[in-house]
Design a protein around this ligand. Sequence first.
Ligand code: FAD
Length: 292
Amino acid sequence: MRFSDYFKNNAAPVISFELFPPKTERGLETLKNRVLPNLVKLNPAYITVTYGAGGSTQGQTLEIASAIKNDHSLEAACHLTCVGASRSDIDTIVRKIAEAGIGNIVALRGDAPQGQNTFVTHEDGFAHADELVSHIRETEDASTPFGLAVAGYPEKHQEAENIDVDIENLKKKVDAGADIIITQLFYDNDAFLAYRDKVKAAGIDIPIVPGLMPIQSSSQIQRIASMCGARLPDDLLKQLEDAGEDDDAATRIGTEQCIIQSRELLDSGAPGIHYYVLNRSSQIRRIVKGLS
Ligand code: FAD
């Protein structure tokens, strides 16, 4: 199935997860043999697998996505970025994704590799995700088109001048052929709902799926939220400060917070939730059970 198939007919909320390729061989084994089977039991619609900076995880991204699809008969998506890639590099990767039977791609520009400040376009590559989406649409097998997701930013992408410009750029990705939007993580539902209204007012009419990252550590989430420009509401910040370095306490706070945030979003008409599960299964199990 393709991304958009899940969002037809406003059926049950579409719950999906995101994994990242671990840095070590042992981490990869744990992910495939322990974490993944536990996640599959939670019955997500699909699982997406991120793509490391500069294509560093290309092989692992595909390996994990293939394990999801072939070992668990669950739909998978490979993330793909333009970092350091020529058109022909992209063509090669997209062909491998198709040959592995993976029908969905999260199409991204990507960030500058570590040590560089700004994203540099490959001389024969793509400057923005809309160009990647157009290229995939122009070159794919028209009889089996990919499901394509693109990124949206409820609190604005950090390089964008303002939210309106960012939404104009989002529209370019949608007009190029994206099927769904998955958002950057956020903790402020009002920011998401205001964004959704603006995106719709801009004439974008594809599913906007909130991306949520359950909190597992106070210091980690403050660092990630600040990198992404995600505001932590004052009451949540206070609870996390009180938890200090106690990750068990932070996880309990994060679990409860994520259940409440998810419920509010679904009650407000969100078509589903995409969870950044950070390669763990126990917390998301509690969250999914807490939602039912
Ligand atoms: P773009 O859509 O190209 O936007 C980047 C900036 O350029 C924005 O400020 C936008 O307003 C502007 N812009 C966009 N199009 C145009 C245009 N045509 N002309 C002028 N300006 C334009 N990173 C990874 O490295 N690997 C991953 O697997 C990964 N997965 C992600 C998944 C999700 C759901 C999200 C939200 C992010 C993910 N990222 C990942 C991070 C992402 O790569 C960064 O946020 C990156 O900085 C922007 O990527 P993008 O696809 O949104 O870029």
